[in-house]
Each structure stands twice: as C-alpha cells, then as structure tokens.
Design a protein. Structure first.
Length: 252
C-alpha cells in the first residue's frame, strides 16, 4: 500500500473522535496534514459544527486558514474560559503525529520543528491522540530517531557539548538552504542521536534541568491517550494508554 495512504488511514481514524462543539489542538507535520484535510472536509459538509482550533505552528496555522478551519490562540482560549472558574485544560482533544513510539507509548516528537508549541498544546488538552504508521513503532525510543532539543541561541554551543557529554551525536538542524533552522519561538533545534533509552522519565528529567534547553522532544506516556497506528496491510490498530486512563479516572 502507498505510504501516504497508510498515513491517511490513521489520520482519518483519529478525526472520528472529534465531535461538534469541541476545541481541537492541531498538530504539525505530514501525517497530521491528512487529519487537517479531513477536519476541513467535515466542517465544509456540516458534519462538524461550532469547532474552534488552536494551532501548534505557523505552518499549520497557514494551512488551516487556507482550508477555512476556524482558529483561536491559546491565550484567547484561556481568557474566555476563565471567566468563572479555573480550567486547567481548555482543549478537548489534540491530534498530532510522532516520529517514534515505544512499547510503553512514550514518544519522540519534533521532526517538524514545532515540539515546544506541540507540548504546550498537549499539556492544555484533555485527550491526546497520536497518529502514526507501523514504521514509527520501536521497542525503545532513540533506536531509529534522534531527539529534537530546542535550545536558546545564547546557549547553543554549551548545550551541544552537554548532550555530547551524555554520549549523543549532535547535529544542528538546518533548513533546505543550509541555514540554521529557527523555530517559531526564535530558538535553534539540536538533533541528539542516542542509543536506545532505557528510562525515558530519567533521561527527560536530565534534559529538563538545563536552563539553556527550552524543551525536548520526549513526550512521556502520561501525556498520551491513544496511539492510532496504521498497519502496512491497511488495517488500523488503536493502542490505548492505561497510564493516561488512570490519570483521567483520578481527575473525574
């Protein structure tokens, strides 16, 4: 089956979770693009009504505007929802892709360069559905994909050396023109290739202690509600996260 068709199947399966009246977090990247097209189609046909969306990148924002998908900002959303009570999570559902998914449903994200905004939106969401194809599954994170690390320009060389001291092979993300890629927030991305990560929580904690690291591309499984995985034979497997389910039960 065509690779794009496989991604399209998973993306459209995840969109089935969207209901009228929801606030939706929009991801970034080639797989999410198929979800965005389906959302726009359902809005146009009237199947989805009163939808408002928050974009994780300027790239997605531009595409959403072109497709007629209504947008708001995270700040505007919180201002309008905090009039009477404190609401910790104002986005009903976020859909996005991932670069790598391990057996515990931890993720590596940031291949599209939007990891900081993506993580902010996920943390503001009640549910997070991840859309991948079978090739993105790995026993452990880091086996097939480098970890994107967003760093301050001021701290570029210091954080590069720090990551190398932990055994990572580090490259500075560049554009197609060979220039340093600058994120929507004005930072630089280092791609850190490491061996298979044995303890994702522990490694993420090490990265989070560095002031010059704005954000890392490790999305721990407690953030994930479900992974919608398109298999090579055209079927779709939905992997529910028991860690996330327990978290929801506690909140409810």
């Amino acid at each position: 089956m065509n690779f794009n068709n496989i991604k399209k199947i998973a993306a459209e399966k995840a969109v089935e979770e969207i209901k009228s009246g929801m606030v939706i977090g929009l991801g970034t990247g080639s797989t999410f693009h198929f979800a965005l097209l389906k959302i726009a189609e359902k809005i146009k046909t009237g199947e989805l009504k009163n939808i408002i969306c928050v974009s994780s990148s300027k790239q997605t924002e531009q595409k959403a505007n072109e497709l007629g998908v209504p947008l708001t900002t995270l700040n505007e959303l919180y201002v309008s929802s905090l009039s009477s009570t404190v609401i910790l999570q104002s986005i009903d559902l976020t859909i996005d892709g991932a670069d790598e998914v391990d057996n515990d449903l931890n993720l590596i994200k940031g291949g599209g360069g939007a990891l900081l905004r993506e993580k902010i939106i996920v943390q503001a969401s009640k549910k997070f559905f991840v859309v991948v194809d079978e090739s993105k599954r790995s026993p452990k994170l880091g086996m097939n994909f480098a970890i994107p690390i967003e760093v301050l320009q001021f701290a570029l060389e210091a954080e590069k050396k720090f990551l190398e001291s932990h055994g990572a092979i580090v490259t500075i993300r560049e554009t197609g023109n060979g220039e340093q890629l600058i994120t929507d927030e004005g930072n630089i991305i280092l791609d850190a290739k490491v061996n298979a990560i044995e303890n994702v929580d522990e490694f993420a904690s090490v990265l989070e202690q560095r002031a010059g690291i704005v954000e890392n591309g490790l999305f721990r499984n407690k953030m994930v509600t479900s992974v919608v995985c398109a298999m090579n034979d055209g079927t779709v497997k939905v992997l529910s996260n028991r860690v996330s389910e327990k978290k929801q039960k506690i909140k409810n």
